[in-house]
Write a protein that binds this ligand. Structure first.
Ligand SMILES: *Cc1c(COP(=O)(O)O)cnc(C)c1O
Length: 435
């Protein structure tokens, strides 16, 4: 499989090149040249293992670059935690994507990218991943690459601007991960990383690459969640349609779901569930895409006013607006509604949503309440463990949320970070001292 750019002005390239480059030369996002239809997905055996599903789904995208045996190992290592589907009510299910090492769904993409990169690097060659993070992405990348020998990770995070739990996750990942605590804000972190990528002098002596969410190897494996979720639904008489409600920010997760459906996963509709950053729901309503500055909310991983994967959404539907609104419904909710939803779901079903999935829950309820939704059931993608948003969730359910073992272990570990200032010259000197 070759990969083309959503901007259509770059030559198609192979998987290995696409993951090392990250973005196409014309600044578009990479997309597979065609979408392989999968008989396996259409007739998925009910007891399918998630590593088998992942292997079947990823193979056509990758087989020109990675052998079946190596891909098998990569998917087994990537998906080495549970993705349970929990029933909340007769027609509502929660697909819990938060049982990975950092308790958020970004773990899968980061782990898959790390292992593909390691596999594709020539023996003895090393590469450093530079990541600026304001929280969750950084910890997923840090843990995803932890123990992956040929790759070093340097994370930059803003001092005092990430939560205690996030800082602890960023600074305890492992030997090949170095956390730099930047005495500035997130924009300073991003600027330092961008300057490094523009610096040919640095790059000649010190090979670097990025692991941000637009990387094709972080995007593709998210499609696996959807098939794993659907494979766990029981057969029920009279219920023949499935909708997936996706709490969305950058729209990587939702577009990966559409990819899964186009490959043959039996999903009939999608819900783009957003907080007040509602650029995409507005597009669905009006047909006009108007990017906006982001607004801070309680579901902060979705505070995105100009989602980078919107280009992938258009590409998947050949820019056909009618086709898009046929398959996707948009909803947007406020912080107050989010808190009320967490409270309501807890009091009604005894189930605790994190603030992101609470928005997915509201979107699904909105969809199922419409008359045409009688034979439907819905899956909410639960993207983070509620304890990662301890304060908000505890306030909403009026009691303390429990911190799971995984997170508690990380809270006990000794943090390691290096303080740096916001000067590029100093940052460069630091990087070169590692070369
Ligand atoms: C990143 C993230 C999202 C949004 O996912 P996108 O793929 O960016 O739309 C939702 N919830 C949580 C907890 C996240 O970390």
């Amino acid at each position: 499989m070759n990969y083309v750019s959503t901007n259509g002005k770059s030559e198609p390239i192979g998987f290995g090149q696409a993951i090392i480059r990250g973005l196409a030369d014309d600044q578009g996002l990479f997309m597979p040249m065609s979408i392989p239809e999968s008989q396996f997905l259409r007739e998925m055996p009910p007891d399918s293992q998630k590593s088998e599903i992942a292997f079947q789904m990823m193979r056509p995208f990758i087989k020109a670059s990675i052998s079946d045996k190596a891909l098998h190992n990569i998917v087994v290592e990537t998906f080495n935690f549970n993705l349970p589907l929990t029933q909340i009510s007769p027609d509502i299910w929660s697909l819990e994507l938060y049982h990975g090492p950092t308790l958020a769904f970004k773990d899968v993409g980061a782990r898959f990218l790390a292992r593909c990169l390691q596999h594709l690097l020539p023996d003895g060659e090393r590469i450093t991943i530079l990541v600026a993070t304001s929280g969750d992405t950084g910890s997923a990348v840090a843990h995803g690459f932890s123990g992956v020998d040929q790759v070093e990770v340097v994370l930059l995070y803003p001092a005092g601007k990430v939560s205690n739990i996030q800082e602890q996750q960023l600074t305890t990942a492992g030997d090949n991960v170095t956390a730099l605590q930047v005495q500035g804000d997130f924009d300073d972190c991003q600027r330092l990383v961008k300057d490094a990528f523009k610096d040919d002098h640095l790059r000649k002596q010190f090979p670097i690459t990025s692991a941000n969410s637009i990387n094709i190897a972080r995007w593709l494996p998210q499609s696996v969640y959807y098939a794993v979720g659907v494979s766990q639904l029981p057969e029920v008489d009279g219920v023949d349609k499935t909708v997936c409600s996706v709490p969305s920010g950058n729209y990587g997760n939702l577009t990966a779901g559409i990819l899964a459906a186009k490959m043959g996963t039996p999903i009939d509709h999608f819900i783009a569930a957003s907080n007040v950053n509602k650029t995409v729901p507005e597009f669905l309503e009006t047909g006009t895409y108007t990017p906006k500055p982001s607004i801070e909310t309680l579901s902060n991983a979705m505070d995105v006013g100009d989602p980078s994967n919107f280009a992938r959404l258009l590409h998947l539907y050949n820019h056909d607006y009618e086709a898009i609104v046929n398959e996707i419904s948009g909803f947007s909710f406020s912080d107050d509604q989010t808190i009320d939803a967490i409270n309501e779901a807890f009091n009604t079903f005894g189930y605790i949503f994190d603030p992101h999935a609470a928005i997915g829950y509201l979107g699904l309820k909105g969809f199922l309440a419409s008359e045409s939704a009688e034979n439907w059931r819905g899956i909410i993608l639960e993207t983070a463990h509620p304890s990662k948003f301890h304060e908000t969730v505890s306030r909403a359910i009026e009691r303390e949320v429990e911190i799971p073992e995984q997170l508690r272990k990380c809270l006990d570990r000794e943090p390691h970070s290096i303080k740096i200032n916001t000067s590029y010259a100093d940052f460069k000197e630091y990087l070169l001292s590692r070369a």
